[in-house]
Design a protein around this ligand. Structure first.
Ligand SMILES: N[C@@H](CCC[C@H](N)C(=O)O)C(=O)O
Length: 365
């Protein structure tokens, strides 16, 4: 789809649509409070039910249409439990919140709670949109696989688009192309993996062409075997230690070992780390420690990196189901174009608004 064409018609289309999208009174919190709820395991159908019943009665401006400069309107999404606060930033190339404010928003006790904040911005160089993201620690990664699926669903809600949709998205990792399928899942062309060690980046010496495959790295006195892959953002993939290549990922002390990989001197830009168990050449299981976010329930770029690493190490074919704590992703590293394709869900959790001043200063919200 040419999403850019619908950009021109945003204002009227979006207003109509968001009246349908947002339940009239459910999202009218007291100033400075959060509108949240829907603590059910499958919130989207319920949201849609409320929308259908209440939509015709709405007369006041709808939720995300309101552009008060002091209020941040957002929608929370998740992709297999990797959760994000999505902000409609289509009117500006400056993120509406700062990295410091993002840290507060992502705080699970004092804020909204999320693994990151994602901004939907105007496209550049002919792309439909630009996606930027802040991790929960305020750092800015180049890309986010689960985030881009949420981004696609967010845009389709904002633009009142139905059915199959395809967008071109400019990211720090270059052009990314998500396509919403008829069943609501999103398939994303994640581009080509980057294997050249200097570009991942890693200081580990290359051992296969210019890449790092099944190399030794010492972490806290233990030698691990790792393969380094960038999907725009850096990943270190391991199937086990030098002595034991049959990792049982459920037994890992992730919170202990994860930060040691993340901040290892061999990774000048820090790294995401995936710990992988192989069930078969087409079925893998992983746990992830994310740069800037810690242990998350899923990582899309991580699952792509895992399949690339598994192929390079001769452990898997190019098409795999990757089980993550939040659920499975389908990943294909296609020989034809060398691109990696990821398919998985993205779901609305809730809508919210808060006063931006609550995000400033030393205190929490
Ligand atoms: N969870 C994301 C990756 C988010 C960025 C990552 N923490 C980084 O700093 O590179 C995904 O689904 O890919």
């Amino acid at each position: 789809m040419a999403a850019s064409s619908s950009l021109a018609s945003t204002s009227s289309t979006r207003r109509i649509h968001l009246r349908q999208l947002l339940p009239a009174r459910s999202f009218r919190p007291a100033s400075g409070t959060l509108a949240c709820g829907f603590p059910n395991p499958n919130p989207s159908p319920r949201l849609r039910l409320i929308m259908a019943v209440q939509a015709p009665e709405r007369t006041s401006p709808s939720f995300l249409d309101r552009k008060e400069s002091r209020v941040l309107h957002f929608v929370k999404y998740h992709g297999l439990g990797n959760d994000f606060i999505l902000v409609d930033n289509r009117d500006s190339s400056e993120p509406r919140v700062s990295p410091e404010q993002a840290v507060k928003l992502c705080d699970r006790n004092f804020g909204v709670g999320a693994d990151g904040v994602i901004f939907a911005m105007p496209g550049v160089n002919g792309t439909d949109y630009t996606m930027r993201i802040f991790n929960s620690d305020g750092s800015e990664p180049e890309m986010c696989g689960n985030g881009v699926r949420c981004f696609a669903r967010f845009i389709s809600e904002l633009e009142n688009l139905q059915g199959k949709q395809r967008f071109t998205i400019h990211t720090g990792a270059g052009l990314i192309v998500p396509e919403i399928q008829d069943d609501g899942k999103v398939t994303v062309d994640m581009g080509e993996p980057i294997l050249k060690s200097a570009d991942v980046p890693t200081r580990l010496p290359p051992n296969k062409d210019q890449s790092v495959v099944k190399s030794d790295i010492d972490v806290d006195g233990i030698t691990w075997k790792v393969t380094c892959v960038s999907m725009g953002n850096p990943h270190c993939v391991t199937f086990g230690t030098k002595d034991d290549q049959n990792l049982q990922v459920d037994q890992l002390k992730l919170a202990e070992i994860g930060p040691k990989f993340e901040n290892h001197e061999m990774f000048p830009a820090r790294t995401n780390t995936e710990f992988v168990q192989v069930f078969s050449p087409s079925h893998l299981k992983m746990r992830v420690w994310e740069r800037g976010a810690g242990a998350t329930l899923a990582c899309g770029t991580g699952a792509c990196a895992v399949v690339v690493a598994a192929v390079l190490e001769g452990r898997a074919g190019g098409t795999c189901t990757v089980d993550l704590p939040g659920g499975p992703l389908e990943i294909e590293w296609r020989e034809k174009d060398n691109h990696v394709y990821m398919t998985g869900p993205a779901e609305v959790v809730f809508f919210g608004e808060l006063e931006l001043k609550k995000l400033t200063g030393a205190s929490c919200m």
